[in-house]
Design a binder for this molecule. Structure first.
Ligand SMILES: [Ca+2]
Ligand SMILES: [Ca+2]
Length: 288
């Protein structure tokens, strides 16, 4: 049921879809696993571009439309009520111009009829879907705290069903689950999805995106990656604090070293790992 798991990583690894490895300093970060690239976003390692997991992230240009597109969904070929689920990470940067950060449509290459649109607001995210409404996600700590943080967004979209959006970031203790007021109505099946800055909204500072994944599952959440699992072993332990220290020194962690989800890897992340280690459910990553 998995459509595509696209990281911003070396070409051969990205095409394999699941590899977490990044073994050579000569490997380059690329957007080559995506169907199309618009407006020259930068895929690069953390000296240049923020990343959530692995060693590469994607940064849209500061002006103009700048995004990547995945054509792997089949659109109405599979029926108009075909479910679509996607999860990605967005680093908010500083941006008062309401950039459209995710857009799914019925055709390939962003063509056809719009199914889902996600916009970054001053203090959170809003979701536009056919035939019904869903409330905005608003960062509980306020607009200033919303800037320069990583957020995971998972959406579920199916014509005739409620739309849901699960948002969690900025080291929140729980996710915010938004459910549409009614069922999606008059909707179309998803044929492609774009990620980045889609509507040419100029940024004050750079946003970034990472770890996009999508499926056709109506019932199984994709879920979030374990924050602080810096070496990617699936649990929290001393090796993660070491991996964070090594990342700070320039040897990149291949898991999720930014435990505090603030776009920086430093001593605060080692403290965050220690705090997570103290909570059994967080230690095993069973509770993000
Ligand atoms: Ca670990
Ligand atoms: Ca951090």
């Amino acid at each position: 049921m998995q459509l595509n798991a696209i990281r911003f990583t070396a070409l051969a690894l990205a095409l394999s879809g699941a590899s977490l490895a990044y073994s050579s300093a000569a490997s380059a970060c690329t957007t080559d696993a995506w169907s199309s690239v618009t407006g020259a976003p930068t895929a690069a390692e953390p000296n240049t571009v923020k990343r959530y997991s692995g060693v590469c992230g994607m940064q849209p240009a500061l002006a103009g439309s700048s995004f990547v597109t995945d054509d792997s969904p089949n659109g109405t070929t599979d029926g108009t009520s075909n479910p679509y689920r996607a999860r990605f990470y967005a680093f908010t940067g500083v941006n008062g111009n309401s950039p459209q950060i995710f857009r799914a449509t019925s055709g390939d290459a962003g063509g056809g009829t719009q199914a889902v649109l996600i916009t970054r607001n001053a203090d959170g995210f809003s979701f536009s879907i056919p035939g019904t409404t869903v409330g905005n996600f608003v960062e509980p700590a306020g607009a200033a705290a919303f800037n320069n943080k990583w957020y995971a967004i998972e959406i579920f979209y199916q014509n005739g069903q409620p739309f849901t959006a699960a948002v969690r970031g900025n080291r929140a203790t729980a996710e915010t689950l938004l459910t549409s007021a009614g069922n999606v109505s008059g909707g179309v099946a998803v044929g492609s999805a774009s990620l980045g800055v889609i509507n040419a909204a100029a940024s004050t500072t750079a946003m970034a995106f990472d770890d996009f994944e999508s499926t056709r599952s109506a019932s199984s959440a994709i879920g979030r990656l374990c924050p602080g699992d810096a070496e990617g072993g699936g649990s929290i332990g001393a090796s993660d604090a070491i991996a964070i220290a090594n990342d700070f020194a320039g040897t990149r962690a291949t898991g999720q070293p930014d435990c505090t989800e603030d776009g920086l890897v430093n001593v605060n992340d080692a403290i965050c790992v220690a705090n997570r280690f103290a909570v059994p459910a967080q230690r095993t990553c069973s509770q993000n």
